[in-house]
Design a protein around this ligand. Sequence first.
Ligand SMILES: [Zn+2]
Ligand SMILES: [Zn+2]
Length: 55
Amino acid sequence: MAKERCGYCGGKGKVECDCTGGLGRKGANDDCYGCGGTGVSMCPACEGRGYENVD
Ligand SMILES: [Zn+2]
Ligand SMILES: [Zn+2]
């Protein structure tokens, strides 16, 4: 099994949360279940690992 950098997050393992509306942290919702107000959430594609397993 090979590992490949996650194309969704670019290998960072984190993505900007939808609640920011593209404004970054200042646009984040403090009550957001996804990011808790940080504006950054774990990448759903790689679950925060930054890479994907490729068969
Ligand atoms: Zn990812
Ligand atoms: Zn959020």
